[in-house]
Each structure stands twice: as structure tokens, then as C-alpha cells.
Design a binder for this molecule. Structure first.
Ligand SMILES: Cc1cc2nc3c(=O)[nH]c(=O)nc-3n(C[C@H](O)[C@H](O)[C@H](O)COP(=O)(O)OP(=O)(O)OC[C@H]3O[C@@H](n4cnc5c(N)ncnc54)[C@H](O)[C@@H]3O)c2cc1C
Length: 428
């Protein structure tokens, strides 16, 4: 079967984020039009999809990846670049909800993700500006106590000794902001240029034989038949890796993954007084403020959420309101880039990794922690197809409920619930 596709570099829909302006695609566009039968087809060209593509291509599997826009168009090319340890909940929460053994399994998977990230960057010589030292800062005194207890718990129960406890002064010296009551610095976490990472993984996948087809939106999946805007292909196994961007392809995915709008700015290049002793930071608010310093000395700052598809008219102004609460000295600083993206969340904020049909698998819903997890969880899907399903089994055992309200009501219900919690952030 020959499919028509007239792609060229110029037809790719590159969004204007700081990342897209500071990373160079090291490979050319591939044309869909030959070999339309695949062993595995991956839907979605973010860190999850590319992680899966690389793992499968390394083992010689005939794999293709279908991306509606250009790779890195979704959250993977738009995020805050923070490489966080663990998941959206602390390990004590996991122990209470799923038991001590399962909680340890999950932590070990997230630590394996770190190992995998660093060995991937070393093996394929990916320079993605990684720097360690991420501060988790308390916006209330009680939350500093919680952070300290968590750090002590992690040493005692998980042998994780990479946290440094920071008092108010030390936290101010690390961040260049004195608004927090203190914090913990995680030297096992850090920041990265996520799009350089993604391009590096994509290059490696292509070199290993993966086919990557951009501007190719999947319209439907029926058994092993995948209909796309560029024609129809066949695949024995299908991996759904569209996170907060995929809709209308699979009912289970739509019921469990919900997109939330989140917004980021990058300032003009700054001096050394912002983040002098940390690579990045985030705070304890429900609607988290997060920030890191880029390789060219800009402050990349994210904060503010929208629980609908509507973008703020003035993203830079919307995020600057939060920025000046943390860095009042930047009130007049020029903002060079402002953008938004969709974070895929689940009702419990646990990732949704499972088999959702005879030949269909999913990994999504990292709920704001996907920079580290996504490439490895993609790899985990790939490994499961290759017969190594240890990690996949631990993750697929997590119970992920549907969002209440079905497709029509979930947005209003979620908006009401999340708006309530974001109001709590504003209380003293
Ligand atoms: C503003 C923002 C800030 C964030 N900050 C952080 C952070 O600092 N640290 C952190 O750990 N995480 C962060 N995240 C979350 C993190 O970026 C995501 O968890 C991760 O990138 C998800 O990767 P993914 O590959 O699963 O999905 P995505 O990167 O979203 O990729 C999905 C892709 O699927 C494609 N797609 C969808 N439907 C179709 C279809 N029908 N056919 C073909 N292609 C399709 C989309 O075009 C998209 O490119 C942030 C997210 C956002 C939006």
C-alpha cells in the first residue's frame, strides 16, 4: 500500500516555545509511504512514545511512531524541565494506600528511571543541559516540618540520602528568593532541556531503525487497523502515548486521563543572583510554582493552571503574577517566551499504565512528573512487548478510577474540585 504524504521541514507546526528556539532537530523528516505494516505502532511523539520507540528499535522490532504535529509538540516540548524524584505523592502516601511492598516497587521503578536517563544520555551522547540540585520549598511553616519528616523517612525506610534540609536562610541563598520558610534540596533530582533530550532519543531511535511519521494524526484504531490523516496502516501491537493530547481514540483513556492547562515563561538572560545554589525549584502549593535556570541563564518559570481548554489571553501576564510573588526583583524583567501546554492527570495522580485492549497498551497520566518518568515508562511498555514485564506488572496493578461525570461533566466537576484546592493556596 502506498500512502500519500508531502511532508517537508517547512510544513511542521513548530510551536514558539523557548525550547523549540534553543534546540536543533538533528534529523530529517521521514516520509510515510512505504512499509505500511508494522509489528508495533506508537501513537504520540512525546517522551513516552519515543522512549518506547527506542527500546523496541534497539531490539530490532519493526516499529513506527505516528505524531499528529511534530515530535515534541505536546507536553514533552513545553514543560518546566524539572527532573523530580518519585511521583506526585510521597512514599508514605503510597504505603498507606497500596502497602509497603508495592510502594517500594514503585520507588525502585522511579529510581531505575533516573539510572536509565543518565545511561541513555551517556550511551547516545545526548547533551540535554542536565544539572542536579532541585529545591522543594515550603510556603507555610507547617509544610517545612512535613518536608523534613519526609526527608528523614526516606533515609530511614528507602535508604535515600540525597536530601539536604535547608533552613529559611539557606533556602533563600539557594533560590535567590526569601519568600519561603525553608525547604529540602534533592541532589538526586535536577533540571534538563526536555526537547534536547527528546531529539536525542528520537535520533537514537531512528538510527536503530524506528520510523517516525510527523503531521500524521491517528483518526481511529480498529483492531490492528489504524486510520490516519495520511492513510491507513496495520500494526500487530499499538501503544497509546498521547497523554493529555489524545482524545476520541480509546474510551478507557478518555475516562481516565484529563488534560489541565499549565503555563510557562522564559525571561531574558539574567545575572547570577537568581538560583545561585540550585539548578531549579518548586514549592509546596497545590498549584505548584516551578522554575529552573536555563543553560543561557534565563529563568524558566511555570505557574498557574486552567481547568478548561481556554488559554489565558495574555500568558506572559498570567504567569508573571506568580513570578513576582517569588522573585519581586524581576517585576520589570523582559519575558522573551510564554506558552502553555496540557498536563495529563488521572483522578488519583498515579500514572495509568496498562493493557487496554487485545493488542493495545497505554502509558500516560504522570500528573506533572513525566520528564523523568515518561521516557522510562515508554521503555517499560517496549520491554513488556519484548517479554520483560516485571515493571509493567507493578504499574498495571495500580487501580486508576475513571473521572466522575463522564465526558460531558468531568470538566465542570474537576474545575469545581481543583479550583477549591487552588483557593487554599492563597490562604495565609
Ligand atoms: C506546562 C507544563 C509543565 C510541565 N512541567 C513538568 C516538569 O517540570 N517536570 C515534569 O516531570 N513534568 C512536567 N510536565 C509534565 C510532562 O511534560 C509530561 O508528563 C510528559 O511530557 C508527557 O509525555 P508524553 O510523551 O506522555 O506526552 P506528550 O509529550 O504530551 O506527547 C503526546 C503527543 O501525542 C500526540 N498525539 C495526540 N493525539 C494524537 C493522535 N490522535 N495521533 C497522533 N499523535 C497524537 C500529540 O501531538 C503529542 O505530541 C509539565 C507539563 C506541562 C504541559
Amino acid at each position: 500500500m502506498v500512502l500519500q504524504n508531502n511532508l517537508s521541514e517547512k510544513t511542521l507546526k513548530s510551536p514558539r516555545t523557548y525550547y523549540h528556539n534553543s534546540a536543533k532537530r538533528p534529523f530529517a523528516v521521514q516520509e510515510l509511504g512505504y512499509n505500511a505494516d508494522f509489528s508495533v505502532a506508537i501513537i504520540g511523539g512525546g517522551l513516552t512514545g519515543l522512549g518506547a520507540a527506542l527500546a523496541l528499535a534497539e531490539s530490532g522490532v519493526n516499529v513506527c511512531l505516528l505524531e499528529a504535529n511534530e515530535i515534541g509538540y505536546g507536553a514533552s516540548g513545553r514543560n518546566g524541565g524539572l527532573v523530580c524524584s518519585g511521583y506526585r505523592h510521597d512514599q508514605k502516601w503510597f504505603e498507606e494506600k497500596i502497602g509497603v511492598t508495592a510502594a517500594h516497587d514503585l520507588w525502585n521503578i522511579a529510581e531505575a528511571a533516573k539510572k536509565s536517563l543518565h545511561s541513555l544520555m551517556a550511551k547516545y551522547e545526548i547533551d540535554a543541559d542536565y544539572k542536579s540540585g532541585l529545591v522543594f520549598a515550603a510556603h507555610r511553616p507547617t509544610l517545612l516540618e512535613w518536608l523534613k519528616e519526609d526527608a528523614e523517612f526516606m533515609v530511614a525506610q528507602y535508604n535515600y540520602n540525597k536530601f539536604e534540609i535547608l533552613d529559611k536562610d539557606e533556602c533563600a541563598k539557594a533560590l535567590g528568593s526569601d519568600v519561603y520558610y525553608g525547604g529540602i534540596k534533592d541532589n538526586g533530582a535536577g533540571k534538563i532541556h526536555p526537547l534536547k533530550l527528546l531529539y536525542g532519543i528520537a535520533s537514537a531511535a531512528i538510527k536503530n531503525g524506528a520510523k517516525i511519521y510527523e503531521n500524521t494524526r491517528v483518526l481511529s484504531v480498529d483492531g490492528d487497523i489504524i486510520k490516519t490523516t495520511n492513510g491507513q496502516i496495520k500494526a500487530d501491537k499499538i501503544l497509546l502515548c498521547g497523554d493529555g493530547y489524545i482524545e476520541g481514540i480509546n474510551k478507557k483513556t478518555d475516562a481516565k486521563i484529563m488534560p489541565i492547562g499549565n503555563f510557562v515563561i522564559a525571561t531574558e538572560p539574567l545575572g547570577d543572583d537568581i538560583l545561585p545554589n540550585a539548578s531549579g525549584g518548586m514549592d509546596t502549593r497545590f498549584v505548584v510554582n516551578y522554575f529552573h535556570k536555563t543553560f543561557d541563564n534565563r529563568l524558566l518559570f511555570g505557574g498557574g493552571e486552567k481547568y478548561s481548554d481556554a488559554m489565558p489571553k495574555d500568558i506572559a501576564g498570567f504567569v508573571r503574577n506568580n513570578l513576582v510573588k517569588i522573585y519581586p526583583q524581576l517585576a520589570e524583567t523582559k519575558i522573551d517566551f510564554a506558552w502553555g501546554g496540557r498536563v495529563g492527570i488521572t483522578p488519583t495522580r498515579l500514572p495509568f499504565v496498562n493493557k487496554i485492549g487485545k493488542n493495545t497498551f497505554i502509558s500516560a497520566g504522570y500528573s506533572g512528573q513525566g520528564v523523568l518518568l515518561a521516557p522510562f515508562f515508554g521503555r517499560i511498555l517496549g520491554m513488556a512487548l519484548l517479554g520483560d514485564d516485571k515493571y509493567f506488572n507493578s504499574l498495571s496493578a495500580l487501580k486508576i478510577p475513571d473521572f466522575p461525570g463522564g465526558r460531558l461533566l468531568r470538566f465542570p466537576l474537576l474545575t469545581a474540585a481543583l479550583s477549591y484546592y487552588s483557593v487554599l493556596d492563597k490562604l495565609p
